[in-house]
Design a protein around this ligand. Sequence first.
Ligand code: DC
Length: 212
Amino acid sequence: MIIAIDGPAASGKGTLGKRLAAHYGLPHLDTGLIYRAVAKSVLDAGRRPDDADAAVAAAKALDPARFDEVALKSHAVGEAASVVSAIPAVRAALLAFQRDFAAQPPGAVLDGRDIGTVICPHADVKIYVTATPEVRARRRAAEYRAQGRDIDEATVLADIVKRDERDSQRAAAPLKQAPDAYLLDTTHLAIDPAIRAAIDIVEATRAGRGRD
Ligand code: DC
């Protein structure tokens, strides 16, 4: 079974992906980490994230076995990832790895921006997770505070709005809900009820009846 989860920044898709993967005993790929790793490697080399040659070279040299998740989750790397990910040749260089990951038996859970639309258009279950920008900013700011970083919620909100715009307006594989994806709006849902709702979607799809 392949489960595709897409959604905007800080929508909770990563947590959902991880929890669904654990629930069904499937491997999980946070594809945002791949774009973040490309961005970090470009920045570390002293290049700009919109430098297509540097970004494509970094994408081709990527070694997902050596990801340092903590370093990749920084704010600056996320912003740069949003820029490198708009370069079509970068996306092309990362396609096979993601498709191979999804194709391994008995399946996988992948989360990102274009999983249901481009990477796994034939996924068994597609979920599009979203929440209002204000709620996403509140959650992200709380995460930063838990890490000991004092960052103003209004700044986080402005960044989220900018990132939504860039990720959904780009020409290459923009963020959008696949026509056959279930919409899971977590604006008024805490994490556990959101997981429950996602499991219900998977079960309903497996039972072949769709969600009520
Ligand atoms: O989900 P995230 O914040 O870790 O993703 C970082 C950036 O990577 C995001 O702004 C857009 C890009 N991305 C993408 O273009 N396609 C994906 N499948 C995943 C992430």
